[in-house]
Write a protein that binds this ligand. Structure first.
Ligand code: FAD
Ligand code: UDP
Length: 372
């Protein structure tokens, strides 16, 4: 292991760590990035299988309205014009997502936004929910019972392994519902996927940084490395030896296979929204980059309860975990030698553009604290 003196040790080579490392290295700081997996890129990592860039930790579509972030990522990669328009499969039928005029036309025969809004409003009015107490009630007053039963209930209960009535309303606020015939899942100004995948993009970000992979920070001993400050993007509860108890996470596992046909499902992502399919999504990776290969690679995405040793994909933002995280965040604030960041350090679901924005801001702050 390198025994150089570093200005910063960055634990984790995801987009938070890589962005911060780049910003500091660009200003001449010596940075070591330490990654426990055997590759860089965090959950955005892509690996090439049969000439297809496979999103190993789930489908990653870059979308942002933040001009600086968009300019920043394009220093390291050319982005294509992929637009995310996933489909929903419910009991063998295919439907458009997000919930939009195409969905409503098919459900209710409503041809205009006014008709669809009236229909939805009349369904919601009958529910008599004033203040939503849980995810089910929140979803019902957002999208009404027809959409909820087909596209939300089964998917959400599989995804979170809990009943919708036991989940916080906040999760569902991410669900877009709109009255246009627009199947673009996101509303951001900029969207795309880096041509060639995310891994080469992160490699370029880390070009002037020392990187070690396959090393867990907690397996290192005093004196293995020397850094003035640490930026830690792993699990915050693990950092503090779980002193207050364990935070909960939702995990996933992926079953990936190559198929000897050029086009399996004709779209990058299909959500399986009924309870019968054990997986939540099938991802066909070549469609992220308009691939024309003879073969195709698909992944079935299965949600799972997180246990030690599994990947902690999603923080669970219920009352217990939020309160527990606050206690760890108080401990974190008392550490002047360590900065906690990224989705695991902050125990928050962040999109990629958000972690990049936060890492850029942190870099700026660190440099200004040093008077640079
Ligand atoms: P991570 O990418 O998780 O990186 C943290 C790194 O730290 C990991 O590589 C980990 O191995 C390493 N690490 C942890 N502990 C240690 C340790 N003790 N020692 C050494 N290394 C350690 N965002 C979008 O914008 N668009 C999408 O379409 C999208 N789709 C997603 C789909 C799924 C299934 C998931 C789970 C997330 C998705 N995201 C998406 C979110 C995106 O993955 C995150 O915003 C991003 O990965 C966060 O980067 P990060 O650096 O904070 O964390
Ligand atoms: N969701 C759903 N049906 C869908 C897609 C999403 O009910 O077809 C719900 C589900 O509760 C999920 C949340 O919306 O947890 C957020 O989903 P999204 O796809 O926006 O986010 P991600 O899976 O990337 O976290």
């Amino acid at each position: 292991m390198a025994k150089k003196q570093y200005d910063y040790l960055v634990v984790g080579s995801g987009l938070f760590g890589a962005t911060f490392a780049f910003v500091m290295a660009e200003k001449g700081k010596k940075v070591l990035v330490m990654e426990k997996r055997n590759h860089i890129g965090g959950n955005a990592y892509t690996e090439t299988i049969d000439g297809i860039n496979v999103h190993r930790y789930g489908p990653h579509i870059f979308h942002t309205s933040d001009k600086d972030v968009w300019a920043f990522v394009r220093r390291f990669a050319e982005f294509n014009n992929f637009v995310n328009s996933p489909l929903a499969s419910y009991r063998g039928e295919l439907w458009n997502l997000p919930f939009n005029m195409n969905t409503f036309y098919r459900l209710w025969g409503t041809a205009t936004p006014e008709e669809a809004q009236k229909k939805l409003a009349s369904q919601i009015a009958q529910l008599n929910i004033a203040e939503p107490k849980n995810l089910e009630e929140q979803a019902l007053i957002l999208v009404g019972p027809d959409v909820y039963e087909r596209f939300v209930k089964g998917y959400t209960e599989k995804q979170w392994g809990r009943k919708c009535i036991d989940l916080p309303a906040s999760i569902i606020k991410r669900l877009p519902c709109r009255f246009t015939f627009d199947n673009n899942y996101f509303t951001d100004r900029y969207q795309g996927v880096p041509i060639g995948g995310y891994t080469p993009m992160v490699e370029k970000m880390l070009k002037d940084v020392d990187v070690i992979t396959g090393v867990d920070y907690f397996d290192c001993k005093e004196g293995d490395f020397y850094a003035k400050k640490t930026v830690y993007t792993g699990m915050i509860d693990r950092f503090f030896g779980y002193v207050y108890g364990k935070l909960q996470y939702r995990s996933l596992f992926f079953e990936t296979k190559t198929i000897n046909q050029p086009n399996y499902q004709g779209v990058a992502v299909i959500n399986y929204t009924d309870r019968h399919a054990p997986y939540t999504r099938i991802i066909e990776h070549k469609h992220f980059e308009f691939g024309t290969q003879d073969r195709t690679v698909i992944s079935f995405e299965y949600p799972a309860e997180w246990k030690e040793g599994m990947e902690p994909y999603y923080p669970i933002g219920d009352k217990r975990n939020t309160a527990l995280y606050r206690r760890y965040a108080d401990l974190a604030r008392s550490r002047t030698d360590v900065i906690f960041g990224g989705r695991l350090g902050a125990y928050r679901y962040y999109d990629m553009d958000r972690v990049i924005r936060l890492a850029l801001d942190l870099g700026k702050k660190e440099l200004s604290n040093r008077g640079e």
